[in-house]
Write a protein that binds this ligand. Structure first.
Ligand SMILES: CC(C)(COP(=O)(O)OP(=O)(O)OC[C@H]1O[C@@H](n2cnc3c(N)ncnc32)[C@H](O)[C@@H]1O)[C@@H](O)C(=O)NCCC(=O)NCCS
Ligand SMILES: Nc1ncnc2c1ncn2[C@@H]1O[C@H](COP(=O)(O)OP(=O)(O)OP(=O)(O)O)[C@@H](O)[C@H]1O
Length: 297
């Protein structure tokens, strides 16, 4: 199973991107929804929070007055830490339950939309991490427009999170959402392929299977090519020369593979691994007697 992290700053457009993921068939676990659920009346989280913050945070029907609690915790660091500490175990087990349900339904790739992914260090469970980024001014304007909040309130909320630029530097994939919604969709389409490739490759439990699929493809292509070549140019290359060329090329690509593995990160090296296993098998088979025999036959 592969967990794809989706995060960003407040009002950077995570929910908008998460809807795009959903429309492409990816299941999404929304941490804000889980956090909302664990603060519902008479739940464990609710009881702890009311005990710590007092009944003045409640509405007439006994539910938590969320905007009021928001104003309290986003203007006071210490109080926000208290709220975070009280709710964290409920939120993480809620997220875990949602993942479990989706896993039982057979999903192999699950998107986790978690605003505080880096702050709570949950990013260590997710790969790749997609960060939806906007510049602070756009973020502020969109936040005030969406929530009808004052500039002070909006700034408090923005400042309660890790800086957007720091989040961006920790991303595997960045979606720049400073443009229009059409621009966002266009970007999603572009990264959609990349994300899909990364997710699909990583969803494979063993990297060996990547190597295996590359090698198998090489064998199939090689056999088809050899048969064709055998028909067209029976004596194209002498066996002595093929063996020498294969040895040199094998050594060259082997050394190149080691160099790439040393230089690159694991994400790109997995893609390279498949290419390299294709090339290595292809070249190794080229000098192999069975391929010569295929050509001869
Ligand atoms: C303080 C609360 C009641 C305010 O509720 P409100 O309906 O006004 O906001 P909402 O829950 O929709 O959150 C909006 C956004 O605020 C940001 N945010 C929420 N909680 C926090 C937090 N503790 N620290 C920093 N940013 C936060 C997120 O970007 C989130 O998407 C609520 O946000 C809350 O219970 N927060 C604590 C739980 C939490 O950490 N949630 C984030 C899930 S990872
Ligand atoms: N490219 C865009 N152009 C204009 N408005 C946008 C764009 N992307 C998102 N918005 C708007 O900005 C606001 C914030 O977007 P969204 O709710 O998706 O952010 P979010 O990151 O999920 O917020 P939160 O952290 O509060 O959950 C919404 O009103 C949304 O409609």
């Amino acid at each position: 199973m592969r967990l794809v992290g989706l995060t960003g700053g407040i009002a950077s457009g995570k929910s908008t991107v998460s809807n795009l993921f959903k429309s492409h068939g990816f299941p999404v676990v929304d941490a804000d929804l889980v956090a909302r659920y664990v603060l519902k009346k008479d739940t464990g989280g609710y009881n702890k929070v009311v005990a710590a913050f007092g009944e003045e945070i409640l509405e007439a029907d006994g539910e938590v007055d969320r905007p009021k609690l928001g104003r309290i915790v986003f203007s006071d660091n210490a109080k926000r830490q208290v709220l975070n500490r009280l709710l964290a175990p409920y939120i993480s087990s809620g997220i875990f339950c949602e993942i479990l349900k989706l896993w039982l339904k057979g999903y192999k790739v699950i998107v986790l939309d978690i605003p505080l992914l880096f702050e709570t260090k949950m990013d260590k469970w997710t790969k790749p991490v997609v960060v939806v980024w906007v510049d602070t001014e756009t973020q502020l304007q969109r936040l005030m427009a969406r929530d009808g909040s004052t500039e002070e309130d909006a700034r408090n909320r923005i400042n309660a999170q890790m800086a957007m630029d720091l989040k961006r530097s920790k991303a595997d994939i960045v979606i720049d959402n400073t443009g229009s919604l059409e621009d966002l969709e266009e970007q999603f389409r572009k990264i959609g392929d990349e994300t899909f490739i990364i997710a699909a490759l990583m969803a494979m439990r063993h990297p060996k299977s990547i190597v295996l699929s590359g090698a198998l493809t090489a064998l199939i292509v090689m056999t088809v090519l050899s048969t064709g070549l055998g028909r067209i140019v029976p004596n194209l290359i002498s066996r002595k020369h093929t063996n020498s060329a294969a040895t040199v090329l094998y050594a060259f690509f082997g050394l190149r593979l080691l160099y790439i593995a040393w230089r690159s990160d694991s994400k790109s090296s997995q893609k390279k691994e498949m290419e390299e296993s294709f090339i290595l098998t292809f070249l190794a088979e080229w000098g192999d007697r069975s391929q010569i025999a295929t050509i001869a036959v």
